[in-house]
Design a protein around this ligand. Structure first.
Ligand code: ATP
Ligand code: MG
Length: 575
């Protein structure tokens, strides 16, 4: 391909609304263009990368024994009503009506449609197990579309669904997918962790996320280097870190102390000279319309996610100042667990062991000191509701946990019979009995993966594509388009490299060499061949995008050298 004919509109300027490196570089490199919030066009370079990621995904899904299909994006409301998700999905679902006023939606995911297909087509155990997948657009009216391709409202997803006879079968399918996912993301050149995620409302079922490690990512992961433990921070657990108060336990009754204007835990611990972990923080929430007080050690944070799960609540939000005043007749800074009548109390597992703590007095301007959990206040339930912090002991081996941020690029769910029971998707077993199909679902965000690769592979000048994802592997730069010798050698190199199967761009534009180099770096071709003045002596310069300097080669030997380099890089990425 000649650069003069390639639609790769590079930009020098960083777009003001580009929040992340990947968004900036994909816009500047001419890979994508924004149409509206969360909706993007892929230009030729971007689409080539997408197709390569998709090809890796298809290869691995096929290798795992799955079959590709295509379900419709346009979906009838009825099947969503059958599972109850027509209402649950809320505003994230794009809804529309047809000319007969029937409710439709644009598929945000496809559990409903695939299960509908399964209940019609799968009759017998002989048809099981089966894994079906597709690669297509999904539609979600995300509350906060973000960071370009990372959180779009229209985005490309590979979604795969497994159907098995029983949970043992599901385990097998699930393990196959876990392995396939590791191969996919290894092939994409990503550094990632497979982490435990929310197992969902249905007990016993597992879920994992694949998180590409990126500092600016939205996902937070706790992991242990000593063992294999890794979990999404939302669900991560830790052993407790007992802390004992070096001060004197005065025993006896709680004492009211005046703490005017002192509200936050930091202020309280400064003012009273106690460590923050010697206080108990009380937070008031409204869960499904009912007030709930959550207690954690002062140096901890409540995981709203865990709290909601403990309560089995559909909705959970922090009580507003007005709600707090109405319910407890105090300001949030002075909330405490003593005398919280009529309000359900959930204490984090670390709280009961504490002694002689400081708590809010439920009176503006006052705290209570010398309070003993279990004696001076009680709770309805003790549960793990705290967010794990770096340094906490690993729940598996006790080693110190670390935390990292990342981008969730893939998600695996054991759904069990959640959808098949809702839709009555059954098969007949060997004994002639009807059994519910046991299901799993497995997603990969294709655009999000592309963005994650850019987040991990770039420098100040632009993208550094892994060889197998690069839109083209080689760019040939002629520094002076009017020098006949350069043009001839460039054409010959182009011809020979293409014949070996490599994808090559010849930058034949009538531009200064500096501009061509800058574009080559920005776009991120893995190898640049410069055909400049030295070509008179038969020499060209070869530079790897990942390295700083060129090396000179005779143009004939350059072909073999480049071929070897690319082959080696591909091998390193193969899974
Ligand atoms: P998130 O927690 O980031 O919203 P999710 O749990 O809603 O993700 P799934 O429904 O499991 O995501 O979707 C499977 C995969 O699709 C995700 O792992 C991610 O790679 C991708 N994905 C999900 N939402 C988006 C989006 N809005 N834009 C781009 N990719 C997405
Ligand atoms: Mg989501």
């Amino acid at each position: 391909m000649k650069a003069s004919e390639l639609m790769a509109p590079t930009l020098r300027e960083v777009s003001a609304d580009a929040e992340t490196i990947s968004q900036q570089l994909l816009l500047r490199g001419g890979f994508v263009r924004r149409v509206m919030s969360g909706v993007y066009t892929y230009l030729p370079l971007g689409w080539r990368v997408v197709r390569k990621i998709e090809a890796i995904v298809r290869r691995e899904m096929d290798r795992a024994g799955a079959q590709e299909i295509m379900l419709p994006i346009l979906q009838p409301a009825e099947v969503w009503r059958e599972t109850g998700r027509w209402d649950v999905y809320g505003e994230e679902m794009f809804r529309l009506k047809d000319r007969r006023n029937r409710d439709l939606c644009l598929g945000p995911t496809h559990e409903e449609l695939i299960t509908d297909l399964a209940r019609r087509e799968i009759k017998s155990y002989r048809q099981l197990p089966v894994m079906l997948y597709q690669v297509q657009n999904k539609y979600r009216d995300e509350l906060r579309p973000r960071a370009g391709l990372i959180r779009g409202r229209e985005f490309i997803m590979k979604d795969l669904y497994s159907f098995d006879r029983d949970t043992a079968g599901l385990e097998v399918s699930y393990r196959k997918m876990l392995e396939a996912y590791q191969r996919v993301f290894t092939s994409c050149g990503l550094t990632f962790r497979v982490v435990e995620a929310d197992p969902g409302a249905i007990g016993g079922h597992r879920s994992h996320e694949v998180v590409a490690l990126v500092d600016s990512g939205e996902a937070e992961v706790a992991y242990c280097d000593r063992c294999s433990y890794a979990a999404n921070l939302e669900t991560a657990t830790s052993g407790s870190t007992p802390k004992s108060w070096p001060g004197v336990n005065q025993g006896g009754k709680p004492k009211l102390v005046s703490t005017p204007g002192v509200k936050s835990i930091e202020e309280v611990s400064d003012f009273l000279g106690v460590p923050s972990w010697q206080t108990v923080k009380t937070l008031l929430f409204i869960a499904d319309g009912e007030p709930v007080a959550a207690l954690v050690r002062g140096d901890r944070h409540v995981s709203e996610f865990k709290l909601r799960r403990v309560l089995g609540a559909a909705t959970l939000a922090m009580a507003s100042d007005q709600e707090t005043e109405r319910l407890v007749r105090t300001k949030p800074g002075y909330l405490g667990p003593v005398g919280l009548n009529g309000i359900k109390v959930i204490a984090d597992a670390e709280v009961p062991a504490l002694r002689s703590v400081v708590v809010g007095a439920n009176q503006e301007g006052f705290h209570l000191v010398n309070v003993d959990p279990g004696e001076d206040f009680i709770w309805d339930e003790v549960a793990d509701i705290r967010i794990v912090q770096a340094g906490d002991p690993c729940p598996q081996c006790g080693g110190p946990l670390a935390t990292v941020r990342g981008i969730e690029v893939g998600h695996l769910f054991q759904l069990g019979t959640k959808y098949t029971s809702a839709l009555g998707a059954v098969y007949t077993d060997e004994a002639g009995r009807e059994q519910l199909l046991v299901m799993g679902s497995y997603g990969i965000g294709i655009g999000r993966t592309m963005a994650a690769v850019v987040e991990q592979h770039h420098d100040a000048n632009g993208i550094i594509w892994p060889v197998n994802l690069a839109p083209f592997q080689v760019v040939i730069v002629t520094t002076n388009q009017r020098a006949q010798a350069q043009v001839e050698i460039a054409k010959e190199l182009y011809f020979r490299l293409s014949k070996l199967g490599w994808e090559v761009v010849w930058d034949d534009r009538d531009e200064r060499a500096g501009i061509k180099f800058a574009d080559a770096d920005l776009i991120g071709y893995p190898i640049r061949v410069t055909v400049g003045k030295k070509v008179e002596q038969g020499q060209v310069d070869i530079k790897l995008r990942s390295e700083k300097s060129d090396t000179s080669w005779s143009w004939e030997s350059a072909v073999g050298y480049i071929d070897g380099l690319l082959q080696d890089s591909l091998k390193a990425l193969s899974s």
